[in-house]
Design a protein around this ligand. Structure first.
Ligand code: SF4
Ligand code: SF4
Length: 406
């Protein structure tokens, strides 16, 4: 750390555009009301975070840091990083920002710079170490990663289509992966998987600690390329964003395959009449857009894949009535689990999710469906706590349940 002043650290972590964005905040406060963490009672939010960073890099601070060769931080600035550790990285602030600030990448840059300046959250550092060493945030044995795959489902060595499930499905919610496999098998889709699927690295990218992990990501990309994969189907919102947005940066060029939300592939199967649904008695289903599969990806995948594909599955199910939250698609409200909040501050995650469960109950929905295992877990935990009778499902599970038997 010695000999480095704040300005040098800053220039390593922020693009020229981001430096302009840090000066672009007009303090209009639009982001304050949009922030689920603020609504849960914390004084955090985009406006205060940007102001905190500006204070951190004042001329006085920079001169002091240059004189001493060590970053000098003014009293109270630790609060800036505490607020980052609570942020769900939902991106709601970026949607409402009248200055067009791309907030979530900015938080990642501040987090990366903050780590270099010594603001280390022990829980974040521990989690990062576990992912780098064990290739998953759960630290479970590597051999268990594929233990959920049923023996009767054929996984090809090579195929144009591959499935990426991510750590949470593989280690904690295998029922979602098993539903995806049944859909692929019933539709006659040949598919392969990465030889040694590892964590996508989402947490590392969000917390500015991904450098050590680049080799693992490159190995997975090369493995998929060698298997002739042209389309990578992803069942987890966090993995989908990371592979689509962050992996090309690590790879240094375009990926040799396209990423596709699993639900978008299912829509193609429906259009090709490779799967069909049984009629069901009237069933009210409300759809929750996960932040990382929706507004984080809409500029990469387009609104059709980001927002409409999952809804089209529900529209295709006879007897299902699709319900919408008042705020939906790019304006949706976070479930509270993202950005590592579920791990670092589970009570905050639950506090945020209560709003989603109570709104779904007011709509008299029978099922709350999403396409993210983190959303599902946090919404289900919250459902139990508040005593709601709504069923929380991943949409992939609902498709599997509603499919006609072969
Ligand atoms: S990304 Fe979401 S949680 Fe984080 S500051 Fe913005 S609105 Fe708040
Ligand atoms: S919405 Fe944008 S410009 Fe307005 S206070 Fe928030 S970050 Fe600043």
């Amino acid at each position: 750390m010695g000999g480095q002043d704040i300005r040098k650290i800053w220039s390593r972590h922020f693009s020229p555009l981001q430096m302009l964005e840090l000066d672009a905040c007009t303090r209009c406060q639009e982001c304050v009301d949009a922030c689920p963490v603020v609504r849960a009672g914390y004084p955090d939010g985009a406006m205060e975070r940007i102001a905190g960073w500006r204070r951190l890099v004042t001329p006085k601070t920079r001169i002091l840091s240059r004189l001493t060769g060590t970053p000098i931080v003014e009293d109270g600035e630790a609060a800036l990083f505490s607020s980052l550790f609570r942020c769900t990285s939902c991106g709601a602030c970026s949607v409402v920002c009248e200055s067009g600030i791309a907030t979530v990448p900015l938080w990642e840059s501040i987090m990366g710079a903050g780590r270099e300046m010594g603001f280390l959250d022990p829980a974040i550092e521990q989690m990062a170490r576990t992912i780098i060493d064990k290739k998953s945030p759960y630290g479970d044995p590597r051999a268990d990663r594929v233990a959920w795959i049923p023996a009767g489902i054929p996984v090809a060595d090579a195929a144009p289509v591959a499935l990426f499930t991510g750590c949470t499905v593989a280690f904690r919610q295998p029922e979602i992966g098993q539903a995806a496999l049944r859909i692929l098998a019933k539709s006659g889709t040949e598919f392969c998987m990465v030889q040694e699927e590892s964590c996508c690295g989402s947490f590392l990218f969000r917390t500015g600690s991904s450098e050590e992990y680049a080799g693992t990501i490159r190995a997975m990309i090369e493995d998929l390329r060698a298997r002739g994969v042209r389309t990578l189907l992803v069942t987890c919102a966090g993995c989908l964003k990371t592979i689509t947005v962050d992996w090309p940066r690590v790879y240094g060029k375009e990926l040799p395959f396209v990423t596709m939300p699993f639900t978008a592939f299912v829509r193609e199967l429906i259009r090709q009449k490779k799967i069909q649904f049984r009629p069901t008695p009237h069933l009210r289903v409300v759809y929750h857009d996960p932040c990382h599969a929706g507004r984080h990806l809409v500029h990469h995948l387009g609104p059709d894949l980001a927002f409409e594909a999952p809804r089209d599955l529900l529209r295709a199910m006879p007897g299902v009535e699709l319900l919408e939250y008042e705020k939906n698609r790019k304006n949706q409200v976070c479930c509270g689990a993202g950005g590592g909040t579920k791990t670092r501050d589970p009570e905050l995650a639950i506090a945020i999710a209560k709003e989603k469960i109570s709104a779904a109950d007011r709509m008299d929905a029978g099922i709350l469906a999403s396409v993210c295992p983190f959303c599902r877990r946090n919404l289900e935990d919250t459902r139990v706590i508040v005593g709601s009778s709504i069923e929380v499902l991943d949409l992939i599970q609902l498709v599997d349940r509603m499919m006609d038997s072969p």
